[in-house]
Design a protein around this ligand. Structure first.
Ligand SMILES: Nc1ncnc2c1ncn2[C@@H]1O[C@H](COP(=O)(O)OP(=O)(O)OP(=O)(O)O)[C@@H](O)[C@H]1O
Length: 938
């Protein structure tokens, strides 16, 4: 075992020449939790274990250790992870550590089975013991047969590559390890625990295939999330022993944000290392690859160059697309595609010959194809082959389909019989034919139950970009495609995303849009999360990180991070932290954030990479404890925050402006500020704010308890505080007394203590603490509007109401509320039919013409609601919103001093943000309602 697992084959220069696993192995970030489920929620029972948040990470050797706080033994573990994230390498490292006596020594036998190798036994019958003997001759030779007496671990790597039906529901029950059965029956019984229940099982898979195993068979799900930033660096340092070279490569990677992000996937680190080694050597100034396809194209270019120079005796200046190379790539592409379609990842010599590949030449081309020899004899008397990594097979398969279409006009994805033999020049100029190629690829990929064409699809779409075709010129007769065509394909994909697909599938389609350089990708993701898509809880951590990854690599300007645009939930915030991290301005107002987010925020603020300058945290439930955590981040020398809008709703911008470059502030100006010392505690900092600036603690759910600590903070320092805003809290009489200037507080110089709008209702979380009940004004009501007796309901009716004439009465079918809105106000409206809900200045025109309607002038703002959808109106300009009107309740929130008016859809008590107007309100505002004059509704 030691011998077998100490090497990995990574497509190094010489065929089959190995790299020592321990030399390159870099720790991976693995989290515990998640589900095996990828299809619709209701179809599969969720496994009951919920991930502990923030995520629990575990080490490779601890996969089978009981989870903290749970003593149950883990029989079956499943490790999920996207392509190239390191699943196979992880299982190898686990096995090697065990074989070397470093870990898991309680296990007596480890039997690793790559699914791709089991596939070839599909037709045969074995007993479990025979299967073990077949693959592990040592066990047979040692005469071990009572496996139930030992602690045995089976590792099944690559469930996504499994071509057995795994029919858990209909396969017969098998309990005898000596009874022969088909491999499918053997495996399903082993996994169900009927066969050898004492064994432990470890299954690895790409996420899309995880659901092939019923969730109740899995005790724990772990996810490989790839390399963290320090791990990426470690990887390159291990890879390049020469310190100088490692430094150059690392700093090079850091220059491209998306490349740096992409390197969280180990296989990219490996490809990047191979590509960059070459890029940095060459004198050409190559643009760094930023997408999956680009990366693989570069990889191919590098391999072709290597082959030309090393094996074909070519010069560096010769074209690397020599006739031999082209022939080889065409053959490899054919092999990759044909075998991928069949679901094969291991090939025999005959498969290669069929595609015109000469084995000797193939072994030379070791970067692309690695020979593996089955040492244990048995099944593999022949040489068998596989691509160095599955993603390389998927890329070459896509390249083959692309080249075939571009060079001969044949769509390999269409039905063979339906392939017309049309001359290429004709086909390539028929947009519908080109689109058909991509559409058939999308449909095929979506149909695959285990997502085995997902990556292929991404590559195929990536190859349709002209910019990606340029480095392949020489292989291609000429570059084709165009932005218009790409736009049409993107449109088709977006349509599909709007259908309810599993998150896994939708995410792959987002990846596809990213490959197509689609510039509305960010909006598409926002819309996906907002409407129709999964609830924030339904997405697994890796799906969130995929979304984050797509957003980050989309190349879109993410300077402003407005959480409301994605989802107003703490979960979404924590999951989208990588996107937030890169922003300069973060708008997190009213997003249900709590103390948990403060911890994460503090980490970001104190990170040297943080760009954040403006942070709006108003209307969240941070509370005292959260603010304490946040302060730790603010104290960091790396924090460059200039404006923390309404943090704790405190107006302390002045302080932060002082810290615009806090390093300077910390090291130089500190000494000049006698009241600040380098070791200031959070409490000291708070005192500092309180003593030096106008403080606004409005709407912070502060009670008498909070007032006691405020008072003590103020007392502990000679206070200079002049103005304290405690409005929208519930300090109670005693709290107010504690803070009020008077004989009991002789040091107070407080001129103003604001305690307006206070009361118990202000302790409600979120915006509802600003709740009010608008009172409909009958004097403004149009005569086609009927008010209920309690003035809480208005209905548009055809019969004119006998209202007396009044100068305030509207000619169009609308009305206003009586009381003007002050401060912050929140109300909810239930609607039906066609209604515009909004606010207006009292002076809005009363005539019966379009310009007097809500939203059709500069004096009013409105949200139009109808079954067809929402749109917002102001100054006669309409913006149609993409959120569907799945609920008949909307909420309106006005912060008059801040100049914001927000609309939300209320769905079972949660608010989905629809739109926010930001302006300066110059007059008193009144809620108002406009009805369609044609369709009378409530
Ligand atoms: N922990 C690691 N340390 C160093 N290199 C790694 C590590 N994990 C993966 N790699 C590199 O990434 C490549 C791909 O890893 P691996 O084959 O384990 O991915 P995978 O998750 O099994 O992918 P797939 O689902 O496509 O089969 C490896 O060949 C190796 O070069």
């Amino acid at each position: 075992m030691k011998q077998k697992f100490q090497c990995v084959f990574e497509g190094v220069a010489e065929a089959g020449s190995p790299t020592l696993l321990n030399q390159i192995y870099t720790e991976l970030f693995i989290t515990v939790g998640g589900t095996t489920e990828v299809l619709n929620q209701h179809e599969v029972t969720q496994i009951e274990w919920k991930p502990d948040r923030p995520e629990t990470s575990i080490r490779c050797e601890d996969i089978f250790k009981p989870l903290p706080g749970r003593n149950e033994l883990i029989r079956t573990a499943m490790t999920k992870g996207v392509a190239g994230i390191g699943k196979t390498v992880l299982t190898k490292k686990f096995t090697l550590d065990w074989a070397e006596g470093k870990a898991n020594q309680d296990i007596h036998f480890v039997f690793p089975f790559p699914f791709r190798e089991l596939n070839v036994l599909k037709e045969k019958k074995f007993s479990l013991v025979e299967l073990l003997y077949h693959f592990f001759l040592e066990a047979k030779e040692a005469g071990i047969c009572r496996f139930e007496d030992f602690k045995v671990l089976f590792i099944f790597d690559g469930l996504d590559e499994c071509r057995l039906p795994l029919d858990f529901h209909n396969n017969e029950i098998l309990t005898d390890i000596k009874e022969p059965a088909s491999l499918d029956v053997l495996l399903t019984n082993l996994i169900r625990g009927n066969l050898l229940p004492s064994a432990r099982l470890w299954i690895t898979t790409r996420p899309a295939a995880a659901s092939q195993v019923p969730p109740e068979c899995i005790d724990v799900v772990t996810e490989i999330r790839g390399f963290t930033d320090p791990q990426k660096e470690k990887y390159f340092r291990k890879r390049f022993r020469d310190k100088e070279q490692a430094n150059r490569i690392i700093s090079h990677i850091k220059t491209s944000q998306s490349l740096h992000i992409m390197c969280h996937i180990p296989v990219f680190c490996w490809i990047t290392a191979t590509v960059l080694e070459d890029v940095l050597k060459s004198r050409e100034r190559l643009e760094l690859p930023k997408t999956l396809t680009k990366m693989h194209i570069h990889f191919l270019v590098v391999q072709s160059k290597m082959k030309k120079i090393k094996y074909d005796g070519g010069a560096e200046t010769d074209s690397h697309w020599s006739p031999e190379n082209i022939k080889m790539i065409v053959s490899l592409g054919k092999l990759a595609f044909e075998q991928l379609q069949k679901g094969n990842f291991i090939f025999y010599e005959s498969d290669l010959t069929e595609c015109g590949i000469d084995i000797r030449a193939a072994s030379v081309y070791s970067g692309m194809l690695t020979q593996i020899f089955k040492e244990a004899g048995g099944l593999y008397q022949d040489k068998v082959f596989c691509f160095v990594h599955l993603s390389v097979q998927e890329f070459l398969a896509a390249l083959h389909v692309h080249l075939t279409f571009m060079n001969s006009g044949i769509n390999l994805l269409s039905d063979v019989k339906a392939r017309p033999r049309v001359p290429k020049s004709t086909v390539l100029h028929i947009p519908s034919k080109v689109i058909q190629l991509y559409q058939s690829a999308v449909v095929k990929a979506l149909k695959s139950p285990n997502g085995h064409l997902d990556l292929f699809l991404r590559f195929l779409l990536g190859l349709s970009l002209q910019s990606n075709q340029t480095p392949l010129q020489g292989l291609l007769t000429e570059a084709r495609g165009g932005t218009k065509m790409n736009g049409m394909v993107a449109k088709y994909i977006k349509k599909l995303i709007r259908k309810t697909l599993s998150p896994e599938r939708s995410i792959n389609l987002f990846h596809c849009l990213n490959e197509l350089n689609d510039n509305s990708l960010t909006e598409e993701i926002q819309q996906y999360l907002h409407s129709g898509g999964p609830s924030t809880d339904e997405l697994s951590p890796s799906q969130w990180s995929a979304l984050g990854f797509i957003l980050l690599s989309s190349g879109k300007d993410l300077d402003v991070f407005d959480l409301k645009e994605y989802s107003m939930s703490e979960e979404a915030f924590l999951r989208l932290l990588p996107v937030f991290k890169l922003s300069k301005k973060a708008l997190l107002s009213g997003c249900n954030l709590s103390e948990r987010s403060c911890k994460a925020l503090a980490l970001v603020l104190s990170s040297p990479a943080s760009n954040l300058k403006v942070l709006d945290l108003s209307n969240n439930d941070l509370q005292d404890s959260g603010v304490q955590l946040l302060s730790a981040g603010l104290e960091s020398p790396h924090c460059i925050l200039e404006s923390l809008c309404q943090w704790f709703e405190c107006t302390i911008r002045h302080f932060f402006r002082l810290q615009a470059n806090q390093c300077v502030f910390k090291h130089h100006q500190l000494s000049e500020q006698p009241w600040i010392s380098r070791n200031m505690t959070t409490q000291d900092l708070l005192s500092y704010f309180l003593n030096n600036y106008t403080v606004n603690l409005s709407g912070c759910r502060i009670t008498e308890k909070g007032c006691i600590s405020l008072a003590s903070t103020l007392k502990s320092n000679p206070s200079h505080l002049r103005d304290l805003d405690l409005s929208y809290n519930n300090p109670g009489d005693s709290g107010v007394k504690l803070l009020s200037p008077g004989p009991q507080n002789p040091n107070w110089r407080l001129d103003t203590l604001r305690v307006d709008h206070c009361g118990w209702q202000r302790l409600t979380r979120g915006l509802r603490k600003y709740g009010c009940e608008p009172d409909l004004d009958p004097n403004t009501a149009n005569t086609n509007l009927k008010l209920s007796d309690n003035k809480r309901k208005v209905t548009a009716v055809q019969q004119r109401q006998p209202y007396p004439d009044h100068p305030d009465r509207f000619g169009c079918v609308q009305l206003l509320c009586r009381s003007a809105l002050t401060g912050r106000r929140y109300w909810e409206v239930e609607w039906a039919g066609w209604v515009s809900i909004g606010v207006a200045y009292r002076g809005i025109g009363r005539e019966n013409n379009a310009a007097c309607r809500l939203g059709r002038n500069h004096q009013s703002w409105s949200l139009k609601c109808s079954d067809a959808g929402y749109s917002v109106w102001h100054d006669n300009r309409e913006k149609v919103l993409s959120v569907p009107p799945t609920s008949k309740r909307v909420a309106v929130y006005v912060d008059r001093p801040a100049g914001t008016l927000s609309f939300y859809r209320v769905s079972s008590d949660t608010l989905v943000h629809l739109h926010t107007f930001s302006t300066t309100f110059t007059e008193a505002l009144h809620p108002g309602f406009l009805f369609s004059s044609i369709e009378f509704s409530r």
